[in-house]
Every structure is written in structure tokens, then in C-alpha cells.
Design a binder for this molecule. Structure first.
Ligand SMILES: Cc1cc2nc3c(=O)[nH]c(=O)nc-3n(C[C@H](O)[C@H](O)[C@H](O)COP(=O)(O)OP(=O)(O)OC[C@H]3O[C@@H](n4cnc5c(N)ncnc54)[C@H](O)[C@@H]3O)c2cc1C
Length: 469
């Protein structure tokens, strides 16, 4: 094992600890030998609170970053007193995290596949293949795609996101011609093959939707990785045109401004404040209106539209919408009480929503989904035992971004519950003040380097082990 090394404002121990830590329960999977904090299974308040539970039924819908973590920790902390059923169509999870590295050939998509077996064999979670197609919050039942009906005492919804038909494109276009590849899988491989077939001088166009969207730094990271690959593999004349519907870079602004203007200068062209994007899926011509120049038309070779997305099932007529759970102001997300992740929709008592589908004040990211799942699991066990959710949750987020095939940056933040505003907010005590041993402010790497790249792999393994193993 390596000793901790200081990287800018953070030590490696902090970042590795961040991969698993949900602080109220002292759940740590830090791998440094000097980290003597208790493991998640040892001193959880929820374990104590749930000692008297027996036969309580919890259904978890969606086995991604959020749902797998929730199912695992409900059983880890709740023990045999809770029956946990995970409804999920696929036996294997494909991680979107690190999937940009498939585009430059650094990783194979198979290296991002994680079996869900351990949830069953190690923790006793029952896996029910299928999709939830209806929720009856009054009767406390869900209907699954095979028409079976499951009764629950508490329901956890973690279905991730679905993608709008946008810019003149349909779901069939995303699958076959203009992949968004914003949920890893066949579209990632399609996009990889399209990028690999580009020639020197070709143009790669990508679009970024207005926030909130999944993984705030992810699109800028993708632009960097693709630009780096094209320069090395195809020659100096390719271009990556980034059409951002936001007015500015949404995360790690310093890092990406630096990367766009130095490492990838002359290849990446970044255009913020874009509107009226129209993409022809056959010719790959892209038109858009930029804030100064009016309408522009670009003959792209490859188009990667990261289109607007929303909580899965929240479109008109969808299962989440029919249950009234898409109660954010724009109807695209599920608003929740961040002490328990219980839905704030009328009549939705007992229904919790976590991960990217939820609107909770923290970014839509896999690391955050893992944290929300633990806060939610803890709260559910306390509620089932007749108690109240823990009142001072602290969560964290870490995100590594590859900038080339060998160098990366990172961003991290600690979030703490603000009882006055009843929100999770970036803790703001400033500088290197620690909250439960972690840095108190949002921090980004001061350099783009190979050490960060190496640490990125360790962080990813730690996070995925905490979620799936
Ligand atoms: C290119 C890219 C890079 C990223 N990099 C990072 C990163 O560095 N760090 C980071 O923290 N995050 C990153 N993310 C974001 C991260 O992948 C997501 O935030 C995370 O996967 C969200 O977890 P989730 O559980 O909400 O959704 P998902 O992981 O998408 O899981 C949703 C699950 O629900 C299932 N499901 C859907 N509907 C139903 C239904 N009706 N019934 C039952 N099951 C259903 C699906 O099959 C799926 O398994 C990245 C994303 C992308 C695209």
C-alpha cells in the first residue's frame, strides 16, 4: 500500500476515503494503513436502531450506482430483519464512470462491467429481473414488467435518467447514428468506432445540455479525451467543436479552460451560450445559433449529442409521472427531503428517490449517488425502527477527469446539511478546515498530471467495490 501523498489541497487518503465515506455512519473503505476508522459494518447507528426489525419489506427499483449501494447497505446495516428486493432488468451493470476512456481505446467496455451477484450471495438481497412499470404509493405496491406486484413497507427508486428526443433526433438515431453515449453500453462502443474511423481534418461536434445534467465535468472531459486521441492517432488538423447550451463551463472551470487553451489548443473550440441546435442524422450537418455570430452550419463527421435528460419514467405518461413523483418545478426530477430521500410529492410517504433521478442540491454523479444511498438506507432503517433520520448528514463527492490518455485532474466537495435552509450545501468553513476529517470546501486539482491519473484508477476501484462487492 502507498503512503498518503499531498496533491494540491488534498491527500490521497482523503480522496480514497471519499470514495466510500458517508460520515454519520462512519462507513469507510479507505485503504491506507494509517486509517483506523471503523468500517461500514461495525458501529453504524442504524445497526443499533434496526436491532428490533423483523420481516420489513424494502423494494429497491434500479440497480445502478445508487440502487446497488442502497440494497447492499440496507442489508449490511439492517441484517436479516429486513427483506430487500432489487428490481433491475440487467444482471450486469456497465459503469458510465470511466467510459470516456473507451473512446480513446484506453479501456475496453468490458472493463466497466460489474456483476450484481455479490448483492445476493454476500448480502442476501433478492434480485427480481424486470422493470418497475407502476407505483401505487397508497397501496404500497409496485408492478413489475412481468405483471407481478410487490408489496413494500419502504420503496427506494433509483432508476437513473432517460434522454429526450432533441435537436431533431430520435431514440433510434441515438442507438444507430448519433449516439449520446451518456449511459455506457452499446452507444459507447458505437461512438468509439465512429471516432476511430475519423480522418485528419474531420470535425467532431458534441453538444452539452443546460444544467442540471449527469456528471457536470463529464462533457468537458470527453472533449479533452477525444481531442487528445485525434491529435495522436489522426493528425493535427481534426477539430472538436463543443456546443454548450450553458453560458460557461459547469465544473472544474479552471482546469478545462487551461486544457482547452494549452494542451488542446487549436483542436478544441468551445462555444458557450449556444441555442437552436439542429442535427441532421444522415448528413451529420449541425446548425446552431451562437450568442454573437447568428446561425452557424458545421459539416461534422461525427456528432455526439449529449441531449437533455430527466428522471427515468418522468416523461408524460411514464411510470414515475403517473405516480406524481416528478415533482420538481420543471417536472423532470423527483424532489426529496435530503434527511431521508423520501419524496416530497403529496401522498408519497414511504417512497424514497436517490441517484440522478432525484433533485437534492448535490451534483448528479455516481460518487454522490453512492452517498445518497447510504444516507437513505440509514434513514429508512431508523424510520422502520420507529426513530427519526439522522439530523446532520455529511456527504462527499469526488470526480476525476482524464484530460489526456495519461493525465488527469480531480474535483471534490464536502456537503453538509444546513438545518436553516433544509438543504445539503457545500460546507463553507473555508481553507483546509476539516469536517469529520475531510476538507470543508469544494476543491479542484492544481495540476493536470500522471499521479492524478494513477489515483483515478484507485478511486474508481474503491468506489465500485464499495457499491458492488
Ligand atoms: C461519461 C460519463 C462519465 C462519468 N464520470 C463520473 C465520475 O467520474 N464520477 C462520478 O461520480 N460520476 C460520473 N458519472 C455519472 C454517473 O455515471 C451517474 O451519476 C451514476 O451512474 C448515477 O447513478 P444512478 O444509480 O442514479 O443511475 P444509473 O447508474 O444509470 O443506474 C440506473 C439503473 O436503473 C435501472 N432502471 C431504470 N429504469 C428502471 C425501472 N423502471 N425499474 C428497474 N430498474 C430500472 C437501469 O437498468 C440502471 O441499472 C459519469 C457519467 C458519464 C456518462
Amino acid at each position: 500500500m502507498h503512503r498518503s501523498r499531498v496533491k494540491g489541497a488534498l491527500t490521497r487518503r482523503h480522496l480514497m476515503g471519499l470514495a466510500a465515506g458517508f460520515l454519520p455512519l462512519k462507513g469507510w473503505a479507505g485503504d491506507d494503513e494509517d486509517d483506523k476508522r471503523p468500517s461500514a459494518s461495525s458501529t453504524s447507528a442504524a445497526v443499533l436502531a434496526s436491532a428490533g426489525l423483523s420481516g420489513q419489506r424494502i423494494v429497491v427499483a434500479g440497480g445502478g450506482m445508487a440502487g446497488m449501494t442502497a440494497a447492499k447497505y440496507l442489508r449490511l446495516w439492517g441484517g436479516s430483519g429486513v427483506q430487500v428486493t432489487l428490481v433491475e432488468p440487467d444482471a450486469v451493470y456497465t459503469s458510465s464512470i470511466m467510459s470516456n476512456l473507451v473512446l480513446n481505446g484506453s479501456r475496453n467496455i468490458d472493463s466497466l462491467r460489474f456483476k450484481r451477484d455479490a448483492l445476493t450471495t454476500k448480502y442476501g438481497v433478492v434480485r427480481k429481473p424486470g422493470q418497475v412499470v407502476a407505483v401505487d404509493a397508497l397501496a404500497r405496491t409496485v408492478t413489475v414488467s412481468d405483471k407481478s406486484v410487490l408489496a413494500y413497507d419502504r420503496l427506494v427508486l433509483a432508476p437513473g435518467v432517460s434522454f429526450d428526443d432533441a435537436h431533431g433526433l430520435t431514440q433510434a438515431d441515438y442507438e444507430t447514428r448519433t449516439p449520446h453515449a451518456w449511459r455506457a453500453g452499446a452507444q459507447t462502443t458505437l461512438l468509439r468506432n465512429q471516432v476511430a474511423a475519423m480522418r485528419n481534418g474531420d470535425i467532431f461536434v458534441m453538444t452539452i445540455p443546460k444544467s442540471p445534467y449527469r456528471c457536470p465535468p463529464g462533457p468537458y472531459e470527453r472533449a479533452c479525451v477525444v481531442a487528445d486521441y485525434l491529435k495522436r492517432a489522426k493528425g493535427p488538423n481534426c477539430k472538436v467543436l463543443v456546443l454548450d447550451e450553458n453560458l460557461a463551463i459547469q465544473a472544474e472551470r479552471h482546469t478545462f479552460e487551461l486544457a482547452f487553451s494549452t494542451l488542446h489548443a487549436g483542436v478544441i473550440e468551445y462555444v458557450p451560450g449556444v441555442s437552436h441546435i439542429v442535427i441532421d442524422p444522415t448528413t451529420k450537418r449541425v446548425s446552431y445559433v451562437d450568442p454573437v455570430g447568428g446561425t452557424q452550419v458545421v459539416p461534422a463527421r461525427v456528432v455526439n449529442p449529449i441531449v437533455p435528460h430527466r428522471a427515468s419514467g418522468s416523461a408524460a405518461g411514464g411510470w414515475l409521472a403517473r405516480a406524481g413523483l416528478n415533482n420538481s418545478a420543471d417536472g423532470r426530477w423527483a424532489s426529496v427531503d435530503v434527511l431521508s430521500y423520501e419524496s416530497t410529492a403529496p401522498g408519497a410517504q414511504g417512497v424514497h428517490v436517490i441517484g440522478d433521478a432525484a433533485s437534492c442540491g448535490m451534483p448528479k454523479a455516481g460518487h454522490v449517488a453512492n452517498q445518497e444511498a447510504k444516507i437513505c438506507a440509514d434513514a429508512i432503517l431508523r424510520l422502520l425502527a420507529g426513530g427519526q433520520p439522522f439530523g446532520q448528514p455529511v456527504a462527499n463527492s469526488a470526480c476525476f477527469s482524464p484530460i489526456t490518455a495519461t493525465k488527469a485532474s480531480w474535483l471534490t466537495a464536502v456537503y453538509q446539511y444546513d438545518a436553516t435552509e433544509r438543504k445539503m450545501k457545500v460546507a463553507s468553513s473555508g481553507g483546509q478546515t476539516l469536517v469529520n476529517g475531510l476538507p470543508a470546501t469544494a476543491t479542484e486539482s492544481s495540476s493536470i498530471d500522471g499521479d492524478n491519473f494513477e489515483n483515478m484508477s484507485i478511486w474508481f476501484r474503491t468506489l465500485m467495490a464499495d457499491t458492488t462487492a
